[in-house]
Design a protein. Sequence first.
Length: 141
Amino acid sequence: MAQAAFEELAETFEFLDDWEDRYRHVIDMGRAMPPLEEALRVPATKVDGCASQVWLVPQIEGDGPEAEFSFRGESDAMIVRGLIAVLVTLYSGLTVREVLGVDARAELERLGLNDHLSAQRSNGLRAMVERIRETAAKAAG
């Protein structure tokens, strides 16, 4: 149940011939994200389980299961910053109920990410997805 922006990303990945091109695209996505203010890089927004420093800041508009979910993020590693951008594309703009319905593993598999990330990066990606799901579950009530 991916949204249109993620469908476009999946199509872009289909056109990119090899993993190095996809890797560069992910990094470029991260570079295009606005930086997260230093004041938001605090223990409460830090994601544990990532080899790199990662912060995710949720932005929820409304109440209950129909509240709109989005988030911003930051990392000190360029590829991880790009992975945050991929997750923003996957989740932002959905309701918190829809966030909980997303099969992130299956959606990310469409991009071929699972096959090309190190074990540490894969664990970090799972930790970010888990933080997003926990935040959405709390917001849904």
